[in-house]
Design a protein around this ligand. Sequence first.
Ligand code: SF4
Length: 490
Amino acid sequence: MSSPISKSAFIKAEQCLKHFYLYKNHLYLRDKLSKEKQLIFKRGIDVGIFAQQLFPNGIDVTISEKRNQELFAQKTQELIMQGKSTIYEATFIFDNLLVMVDILHKVGDTWTAYEVKSSLKITETYVKDACFQYFVIKNCLPNLTEFNLLTLNPKYVLEGELDITKLFKTTSIMKDAVKNIDYFTHKSQLAKLTLEQGKIPDIKIGTHCFSPYSCDFIGTCWKGTEDASSVFSIGKLSKQSLFDYYDNNIKRIDEIDIKTIEKKEIKIQIKAAIEQKEQINKQQIVSFISEIKYPICSLDIEVWMPAIPFYQGTKPFQLVPFLFSMIYEEKGELKKYSYFKPIENDGRKEFLESIINSTKSFASILMFDKSLEENILNQLVELFPEFRMDVLELKAKIVDLAEPIQNGNYYHPEMKGNFTLKSIAPIVHQKSSFESLDIQSGITAMYIYESLLANENNMEQETIKQQLIDYCEMDALVTYQLLQFFKKNS
Ligand code: SF4
């Protein structure tokens, strides 16, 4: 018999049988896991381990065993037979389907399973996954009478000692689980049949490649569609609209009849593809930059969103700013300034004071997509209302350089439908390269900052701090350069 079908594999079968088949038989074709995804998985595992404290003194079947899920399943059975009442990562195999559950807890004669999600909300996908877990476990453990999802409680505020019983919210999925038993019987047969056929299912790419998750084999199936001329390189259009073109044999952007397009931000992309050059609405750009008052600086803020609140008065996933960087000109030279908040201290008040004082002398503050920064400033002013006037003044000076790009007044074919600062960086300044940095995204920056909590090595801490500052300064620098680029080209 082939190796058991795990929950991860089964989810893939639900999305696309080709995904499932490739995952089971051609794993070597899988795309490289991005650093962001790895860090998100790690956070999920950390929150799962943290939640074990709700049911202390359990036994983790994955500890002191070889990384072999069939051995984990054997160990789970042994622990159940021994009368243990709390098992972590309990593993079950039924009909060659294998699932693990974060916590299995027994009260009296009946068992309850808990699956932990590092999330504030329950999604349809979480419920479906949990129903599949229930289906397998119930067949192995008839006295399983309850299956719950544990999510982070959005209303929980850390006050004093962390109260884990209030931090997590428990939601039963039993109604759906019982209803879906026949569904899983049928779907698991289909998955097995696919494996028995011994050949890769002939399934075309489609919107399913991204739902509910981005497929692991995009690099294999989507070969030939990644260049700048492909319709899939159009940004700001739904996946369905892109497939409407693709399925109607319109595979290149320059095959689209531009007269049928109304939206300016789409039109500019098609024009850029047809003419094979950048598009700039000089009049609009000139008008935009004429509003800017001098002296100017550019500003970028990095945030941390700890799943488990770390500072007093904060909630799960609350935005906590920890770093800002500025670029400005002084006597004809570019200068930079960064403020870094150590993770051990809350320090949000000092952060706010520092950002207010550092930007006071500038008449315009350049940002790229100000929404996050404005959100942070609004949260900080709620907390420290004595700074309301200063924050209002600061916000009034913000000039969002993403606006002319988002509104379709500038586009370069090399942006490939991507309207982020990272996609514009190589266009505005050849030397501005995020690729050379250790940290290349805000999400990575957030997790790397979090890693300081577990790092006691001073040298490593300093290295991490510098990597974070380098990243934030690069964001501020490219934003600054974008304005110079607009000025030069308009
Ligand atoms: S990329 Fe799309 S078609 Fe290919 S395996 Fe993944 S989901 Fe299926």
